[in-house]
Design a protein around this ligand. Structure first.
Ligand code: 5AD
Ligand code: SF4
Length: 422
């Protein structure tokens, strides 16, 4: 049997798709890159913005047209909230908390049905991985924050942390098979372990002890829970990389309040200030929404000011998109599309300049790079430094993917660095 899989969305979705692939490969399925050749077509969907959601519907139509015989599975965030509509379009609908259903799907041919659970009830289960140098590890599922624009608490259910033992066992198994770096995943990793007698920082200390593991990354940190203890852990734990992703969303306190983010711009900036002081060479990235309801030009200007002040290495910015179930969708003062577009362009232009400046500061510096693979053209290696910037290197015989090398940066490009192994 052959499968084809297409994934939209964030790293959690990428990890979920990998779980599915692992189950299929363990059951003698073979991966194909052309949907026409597949017996099973899987689309893992994203619901965070309207555009992403619509991609699921157009993909189902497009792939059904290409391949009328295959079983089509709609999974992921859109499946979780729109299963009623999807049950008429796809053969199987699998929500975000029922990926274990794939153990049944592989056994039965011509299966159909809807498999949804509101929240994750088997958090400690260890799903398969594909062999990767960087492995994604779920440390918690769901989100309890209910930011007023965000559909995630509805698509992924209540927050539940995985026990430390399950996480460590999973990481040790992966390191035995060649993993060098782990990315610990959660919607709000700083609230990890709410119902345990240990928290995220304790978990980092445990993961840092895993022999053979070289690097630890994590995402996402919610500014309201981002703590000094964590900043010290980034400084003190050798394997934890000097990078934080700390989504600010807006630089205006009025908007942050409407977004229900539970921090002020001043509190946020104070934490960034402490991080920069304590973690030498620490990088910082963020997420920003422009055109949230009631955002004025002045509010938007405050966001630009924060960009200038923090000087993010990169930011991911989006136009506000109305989402089902959320509070913000019914708020007064929705911002016209053309204003959103204008603000997004201004913000992205400013960020491009800042990114360029920041990358430029790496010229002539020596950085540590974990080699991830060979470029498409085959003449360069690529990897990342500890600050999460992409570094390209001229091809050399005596290095390979998975190696950690010292590199002198020779040139900064728009989004990446070029260097030489020393
Ligand atoms: N509209 C636009 N962007 C959104 N995000 C989440 N919900 C929305 C929405 N309704 C953005 C946030 C979040 C990132 C993953 O997606 O910036 O941090
Ligand atoms: Fe969405 Fe807020 Fe939860 Fe992040 S913390 S997933 S933005 S509700």
């Amino acid at each position: 049997m052959k499968y084809y899989i297409k994934t939209f969305g964030c790293q959690m979705n990428e990890r979920d798709s990998e779980k599915v692939e692992g189950i299929l490969l363990d059951n003698n399925y073979e991966k194909v890159e052309e949907a026409e050749q597949a017996d099973l077509i899987i689309i893992n969907s994203c619901a965070v913005r309207e555009k992403a959601e619509n991609k699921l519907y157009s993909e189902i139509g497009r792939l059904r047209f290409k391949n009328k015989k295959a079983t089509i599975v709609a999974m992921g965030c859109v499946a979780q909230i729109n299963y009623e509509k999807l049950k008429n379009l796809a053969d199987v609908v699998v929500g975000t908390n029922t990926i274990d259903e794939f153990y049944n799907i592989v056994k039965k041919q011509g299966i159909s049905g809807v498999f949804i659970k509101p929240s994750m009830d088997k958090p400690d289960y260890i799903f398969p991985h594909l062999n990767r140098i960087t492995s994604y590890i779920d440390i918690m599922y769901g989100c309890d924050n209910f930011c007023s624009y965000c559909v995630v608490p509805y698509t992924r259910g209540r927050e539940v942390s995985r026990k430390r033992e399950a996480i460590i066992e999973e990481i040790k198994e992966l390191v035995d098979k060649g993993t060098k770096e782990v990315m610990l995943l959660g919607q709000n990793v700083n609230s990890y372990g709410k119902n345990f007698n240990y928290g995220f920082v304790d978990l980092l200390y445990e993961v840092n002890k895993v022999e053979g593991l070289e690097r630890i990354r994590f995402t996402t940190s919610h500014p309201k829970d981002f703590s000094k203890d964590l900043i010290y852990a980034i400084r003190d734990l050798k394997k934890v990389c000097e990078h934080i992703h700390l989504p600010i969303q807006s630089g205006s306190n009025k908007i942050l309040n409407l977004m229900r983010r539970k921090y002020t711009k001043e509190e946020y900036l104070e934490k960034v200030h402490i991080y920069k002081e304590i973690v030498k060479n620490g990088s910082i990235t963020t997420d920003i929404i422009v055109g949230f309801p009631q955002e004025t030009e002045e509010d938007f200007q405050e966001t630009l000011n924060v960009l200038e002040e923090v000087k993010y290495d990169t930011s991911f910015s989006f136009k506000y998109s109305k989402r089902a179930f959320t509070k913000a969708k019914d708020m007064d003062g929705q911002v016209p599309e053309e204003d959103k577009m204008k603000r997004l362009n201004l913000l992205q232009d400013l960020q491009a300049k800042i990114t360029q400046e920041k990358l430029k500061t790496y010229e002539n510096r020596i950085v540590e790079v974990l080699i991830e693979g060979v470029s498409k053209k085959g003449n360069q290696f690529f990897g990342r430094n500890r600050q999460n910037m992409v570094v390209n290197l001229d091809f050399m015989d005596n290095i390979k993917a998975g190696d950690i090398v010292k590199v002198k940066i020779t040139k900064a490009f728009k989004h990446s660095l070029l260097g030489k192994v020393i």
